[in-house]
Design a protein around this ligand. Structure first.
Ligand code: MN
Length: 386
């Protein structure tokens, strides 16, 4: 099994979610939780963006950037001042990483940067070499890589590598790619970029088409050695690849990908809840892995199966991600097995004849009420038995 790295970018790309602003002490709190999860790389922010961003990166570098702690990263545009600022913020970290970002698509070159391809090559060489003169660990990100000319992308990556970049990131900045295409871009980069064998290729996928996790997994299976993800999938627009989805897909179906990530999955739910609270972005109930309903079963057919053997309808043990064991939700689709189990769980004493009466009242109530809670069952039983 090939080991892959995860770069958690919740504090940088995640913070770019509309309406999200993490204060430095909140960033530190989230970063501590990421350390509990054993995340090897934490992208702590974009140091030059504001004083608060600088402080966020700096405090994480100071408090968590020990030699046996994670790599701490700051983003920088391909400007000297950005890179110097990232370096200053990262100074206390034992393992600092500067990520230099420069767009490579003709669309961005023409309308945003007003640069020719030759100028992009020169700027890549200068800025990556400058970052490398300050720190050992430099990541180069080719913004809008998936809409860039592939030969040009490989030329830029070759120059970045020659100038000292150790990680080459392929951002699907606008969430435009699909799994087969993203995998083929990764394979082309691995085949064509000079010296790539000594570097790590990284995924960075957005969810505009709902494919961020799928693209990330396709990239990893195709040979990428690092994935950039956010907790709860927060990020610009529709967000980024979700850390919990990528990690649990790798853990649940290891042979399909041939890679492993050493993440403490038991800390996933706690981390998700912290990010949900501090970002004020509610996790949808049906969100994979961390949604409130992710391990709930309501239909009678499923509940019966779950009570016989949880593998019938469950592919992940809830405890694996720090969630409570199988939660029996009673509703209009629940049957006798579930009701009997719930009555036992609640330690209510009831004979077989009374049970049939309770069952009928339960069916009656569940047709009228949106959600049945434990107290409803206690009341039903007391009314019939008492
Ligand atoms: Mn992004």
């Amino acid at each position: 099994m090939r080991r892959i790295l995860l770069n958690d970018i919740t504090l940088r790309d995640g913070e770019q979610s509309p309406g999200v602003n993490f204060f430095p002490e909140e960033k530190l709190e989230i970063a501590r939780q990421l350390v509990n999860m054993n995340v090897p790389i934490i992208e702590a922010g974009f140091a030059v963006a504001s004083e608060s961003d600088f402080q966020g990166v700096n405090r994480i570098a100071m408090e968590l950037g020990s030699p046996d702690g994670p790599t701490i990263c700051s983003m920088a545009r391909a400007h000297k001042r950005d890179i110097e600022c990232a370096y200053e913020a990262l100074r206390p970290a034992a393992k600092p990483r500067i990520q230099v970002v420069l767009a490579t698509s003709d669309l961005h070159l023409e309308y945003k940067l007003n640069l020719t391809r030759e100028q992009v090559i020169d700027l890549t060489r200068e800025t990556v070499a400058f970052a490398r003169s300050l720190v050992e660990d430099v990541e180069f990100a080719a913004e809008d890589a998936t809409r860039s000319d592939l030969d040009f992308l490989c030329s830029v990556f070759t120059v970045a590598g020659e100038s000292g970049a150790r990680t080459l990131e392929i951002p699907d900045t606008v969430g435009y790619s699909i799994p087969t295409e993203y995998a083929s871009i990764v394979k082309t980069v691995l085949a064509k970029v000079a010296g790539v064998k000594d570097m790590v290729v990284s995924t960075h996928c957005h969810d505009d088409l709902g494919l961020a996790t799928a693209n990330t997994l396709a990239g990893l299976a195709a040979g990428a050695g690092q994935a950039e993800c956010t907790i709860n999938g927060i990020g610009e627009r529709a967000g980024n690849a979700s850390m919990e989805e990528v990690v649990m897909a790798l853990k649940t179906r290891p042979t399909q990908f041939g890679v492993q990530a050493d993440i403490n999955t038991k800390a996933i739910l706690e981390t998700s809840k912290l990010v949900e609270a501090l970002s004020r972005m509610r996790v949808a109930p049906n969100k994979a892995i961390v949604g409130e309903n992710a391990f709930k079963h309501e239909s009678g057919i499923h509940q019966h199966g779950m009570l016989c053997n949880s593998e019938t309808y469950q592919i992940i043990e809830p405890e694996t991600v720090g969630a409570r064991k199988f939660d029996l939700m009673l509703g209009k689709l629940s049957g006798k097995h579930a009701l009997r189990t719930k009555i036992m769980e609640l330690s209510l004493d009831i004979g077989p004849q009374d049970f049939d009466k309770v069952y009928l009242s339960f069916k009656d109530l569940s047709a009228k009420k949106k959600m049945i809670v434990d107290d409803d069952i206690v009341n039903l039983v007391n009314r019939i038995v008492g």
